[in-house]
Design a protein around this ligand. Structure first.
Ligand code: SAM
Length: 280
């Protein structure tokens, strides 16, 4: 190709736009990647989920078309098929679209379905990973997901299956020296507790719930599997929240660096004492 044809080719308007599936992380804008920031700066249309924090939405330049597509606690402001239709239509009309999702797009984020829809429509796309809730809960909740001699592995699992029902048989998840991070499990805490107990987990297994990890309103509650349902309905526990099950959660009070600085009034310690002494 000659230089002439190359420049002509470049100067032609792009007929099809593109989509970036971007992970917004757990809420703190400081956790956005550089790729995510650049995609937001270049975007012409942003379709965002309800889990994306206001602090991150504030980074979108003025004049960008922003479309809230919802999804919070099962309440979808736009059905998934409609989200995909709008995303494809905007890109097909030539727009640079950012599909902005809480956490990581490929972790319980239906990112795979959206990639499939884009592929089927012939729309170019890329994926920008984000900090997933498990990493944020671990970092800001001060509890490692793995820890030498304590936890050699970690599993991420949803507490809310395709039809609302979480995992039925928890036996594959009850593994010695293993941490379990349960997304979307708060409303099913008792079901999850019963499933894990039935699968043989010790009722004294340490657990934690972290709500709004990385955000100013973060709260971490520590207890045991026996007290999990009581923890999950604790007044003031902010949403979204994830449940972490495993020995490493017991390290949180020793290792805490975030809540002591940001939430001196939160009495996670006193909750530990009252709940751990509660009857099973
Ligand atoms: C639909 S899933 C999306 C997960 C997201 N793609 C990710 O990678 O974190 C939503 C669930 O993620 C968890 N979650 C998301 N953000 C969180 C946060 N800042 N703190 C605690 N849990 C969070 C909660 O369990 C919530 O119910």
């Amino acid at each position: 190709m000659s230089l002439h044809t190359l420049s002509m080719h470049r100067s032609q308007p792009q007929s099809t736009g593109e989509v970036a599936l971007v992970g917004a992380g757990p809420g703190d804008p400081g956790l956005l990647t550089l790729h995510a920031c650049q995609a937001l700066q270049r975007a012409e249309v942003v379709l965002y989920d309800a889990l994306v924090s206001q602090a991150i939405l504030d980074l979108i330049p003025n004049g960008v078309e922003c479309i809230a597509v919802g999804k919070r606690c099962g309440a979808h402001s736009l059905p998934q098929a409609e989200i995909e239709r709008v995303m494809v239509a905007k890109a097909a009309a030539g727009a640079r679209v950012v599909r902005l999702k809480g956490g990581d797009p490929l972790m319980f984020g239906r990112g795979g379905e959206e990639m499939r829809a884009l592929k089927a429509a012939g729309i170019p796309y890329r994926v920008v990973p984000g900090v997933t809730a498990a990493s944020a809960c671990a970092a800001y909740g001060a509890m490692p997901l793995t820890h030498r001699g304590v936890a050699q592995g970690v599993t991420f699992v949803t507490g809310h299956g395709k039809d609302g029902q979480p995992v039925e048989d928890w036996r594959p998840y009850v593994i010695p020296g293993h941490t379990l991070v349960i997304y979307m499990g708060l409303k099913r805490a008792e079901w999850i507790q019963q499933g894990l107990l039935k699968a043989g987990m010790d009722p004294q297994m340490p657990v934690a719930i972290v709500g709004q990890a990385s955000q100013p309103g973060q709260q971490r509650l520590n207890g045991t599997l026996a007290t999990l349902p009581a923890l999950a309905v604790m007044e003031g526990l902010p949403s979204p929240a994830a449940i972490i099950v495993g020995e490493t959660t017991a390290l949180a009070q020793e290792l805490d660096w975030f809540e002591a600085e940001n939430q001196p009034a939160v009495s996670a310690k006193s909750l530990d004492i009252s709940l751990d002494s509660a009857a099973v």
